[in-house]
Design a protein around this ligand. Sequence first.
Ligand SMILES: *[C@@H]1O[C@H](CO)[C@@H](O)[C@H](O)[C@H]1NC(C)=O
Ligand SMILES: *[C@@H]1O[C@H](CO)[C@@H](O)[C@H](O)[C@H]1NC(C)=O
Length: 167
Amino acid sequence: MHSFGYRANALLTFAVTILALMCAMASICDNLNHPTPTSQVQVLNINWFQKQPNGNDEVSMTMNISADLQSLFTWNTKQVFVFLAAEYGTPKNSLNQISLWDGIIPTKEHAKFWIHTSNKYRFIDQGSNLRGKEFNFTLHWHVMPKTGKMFADKIVMSGYRLPQEYR
Ligand SMILES: *[C@@H]1O[C@H](CO)[C@@H](O)[C@H](O)[C@H]1NC(C)=O
Ligand SMILES: *[C@@H]1O[C@H](CO)[C@@H](O)[C@H](O)[C@H]1NC(C)=O
């Protein structure tokens, strides 16, 4: 008695239900995963440090950025976007956040890395506040899942200081 159309519809409903269930399970599993990423940044060299003609300080540094972000990857992870920022306070802004480097990590195999690099984006202050300035490096990440919500977090690495003098 059941027409082809009825059965096809029932099959489709079943498939969609299973798919919805799988998506829900994927997001739930992601929430159960408590990642423990680690990161370290060493400043290997201050390449130069000067006040620009417009009065803003600019510094160029070579760093060794290392991180192990493998625990962020689950079977539901599409890719992870990371960026490294320098953060410091000045009288004008309680938080200055300057992005220095970023990257996209496509797979778990690529998520444990170190990279020897100078800052990809310019480290310029809105003023001349950088001499002797204490700052933190923060490694931020955005996990892009195959299904479900994107989530973001960061690691703070404190205790860095810029040189007292321009060079
Ligand atoms: C960068 O840091 C990693 C981990 O701390 C280390 O294995 C590597 O040898 C370092 N590379 C350089 C060029 O300092
Ligand atoms: C660096 O991080 C520490 C710990 O989170 C925080 O107490 C401190 O205020 C930060 N320093 C700067 C300069 O942002």
